[in-house]
Write a protein that binds this ligand. Structure first.
Ligand code: GLU
Length: 287
């Protein structure tokens, strides 16, 4: 039996929202409303050094301008640190994570650091530290926590997810290597926080940009390890500018604030986006 439709839009308050965010929010909102379901907002403010309160307010104002209404109060990752810590502790007690003391420079200098879908594949330097060395360094040095991918993947076995409109996809978490679950400067990585939040919020369908499809390999693995439900995923095409490149937060002309200031009607824009009609000069493309 299908769960009631619950979708979410999860902006990171590190800059202004642009047309790409609007497209994602409109799709998730429309899917929830068409099914008589729930649409929620989550503020991905786990990265305290880059998140700004002004961008939280601006993002909510942009959504309201588009005519998007949401259910309940926005969920904030910064309120959920206890859950992230408990999940990490669970994995630690099972020997599935280990502390890593390497700097970015250490990893870049390693000859065996090929790139995977999440960036450089960690060469595993700290995975095999003798326990006494590890204990000593744990109290003295900054460290992140990494997933022991080989062990985790072996424990989880074969993993699949349903991609809306496409069918069953096989997750390949091993391609990412020993990913970071808790950072030196933030108590949870995007992967850990997002997976736990989607489950805690009861998200039945994750609707997000196709740039995040590879992350689903890791999210699916974390769901299996932590006994969490797996939503259906819909990774949609990305809004690209005249240069064919996907929009970034630095593309000021495409910011919703700029469009609003130029007199664009937000509700009309949202209706166009829902029908995959983009303003002149923009297009939708799969990466
Ligand atoms: N906060 C993420 C972003 O802005 C989105 C995360 C997600 O949808 O899973 O890219």
């Amino acid at each position: 039996m299908r769960r009631t439709m619950l979708t979410r839009f999860a902006p990171s308050p590190t800059g202004e929202l642009h047309l790409g965010h609007a497209y994602s929010a409109v799709l998730a909102h429309a899917a929830a409303r068409a099914a008589g379901g729930t649409f929620r907002i989550r503020i991905d403010d786990i990265d305290g050094s880059r998140s700004r309160e002004t961008y939280v307010d601006a993002s909510l104002a942009d959504l309201a301008w588009l005519g998007i209404d949401w259910d309940g109060d926005p969920v904030r990752q910064s309120d959920r640190l206890g859950d992230y810590g408990a999940a990490l502790e669970n994995l630690r007690a099972r020997g599935l994570v280990y502390p890593c003391f390497c700097t970015r420079a250490d990893i870049a200098a390693s000859l065996s650091a090929p790139h995977g879908p999440s960036g450089a594949i960690y060469p595993g330097t700290c995975r095999t530290l003798p326990p006494a060395t590890r204990e000593k360094r744990l109290v003295a040095e900054p460290h992140c926590w990494r997933l022991d991918m080989a062990r985790a993947a072996a424990e989880a076995g074969k993993l699949v997810w349903e991609e809306a409109g496409q069918g069953i996809c096989t997750a390949d978490p091993q391609a990412h290597g020993d990913i970071v679950l808790a950072r030196k400067d933030a108590p949870a990585s995007y992967h850990l926080a997002s997976t736990l939040d989607d489950a805690a919020m009861g998200v039945s369908q994750v609707i997000r940009g196709a740039d995040l499809v590879a992350s689903t390999d890791v999210h699916r693995l974390l769901q299996a390890l932590l006994g969490l439900a797996t939503p259906i995923y819909h990774h949609h095409a990305l809004v690209c500018g005249a240069d064919g490149k996907r929009l970034a937060k630095r593309d000021a002309a495409a910011s919703l604030a700029a469009l609003r200031a130029a007199g664009v009607n937000g509700a009309a824009l949202a209706a166009d986006l829902a029908a995959a009609r983009l303003p002149a000069g923009y297009s939708l493309q799969m990466p």
